[in-house]
Ligand binder design. Sequence first.
Ligand SMILES: [Zn+2]
Ligand SMILES: [Zn+2]
Length: 180
Amino acid sequence: MMRIKLEDIPKEGKQLVFLWGQESIQSFLAPKDPHGIAIPDPLSVEIYLFRKASQVHVTGSIRGKLNMVCHRCLESFSFPLEISVETFLQRKPTYLKEDEVELSEEDLLWEFFDGDEIDVDLLVAEEIFLSLPQVLLCSEDCKGLCPVCGKNLNIQTCSCKRMEFSPFETLKELRDSFSS
Ligand SMILES: [Zn+2]
Ligand SMILES: [Zn+2]
């Protein structure tokens, strides 16, 4: 676990350069991660921390690639990461520790951390997850799996009769079955 104490960030700022691999991301993934997220080769992370009182400006980059599973065809594919990090962190003010406090607009500009340390692993994990698209696809025009035989239609074709679902068709079939 990588943590940096606020007091260890000097006036001129602090540079962190490190590799971030599978064992680091593991604790941020769901137990049976449906997205199959994995880091085949450790990511290169470069982070600069600049502190002003209890506020920290973070810039830097995260580079490498993630493996994950395509939503449509369920094959694992490699997704390039090229993230520019730019975020502001602030120690959680005591009034925000109460559960029912509403955040002011100014509060919303900040990412908070508890105590006197910044959790660098959490920072990296958040940046990665925020950079991912909503739907993970191996390619824009992935053909997916045949709903009948389950073949990956990107690799092979099949001769299954696939009915495109149409509510009108179903209605017609229903009507036909009554009239016969
Ligand atoms: Zn796919
Ligand atoms: Zn098929």
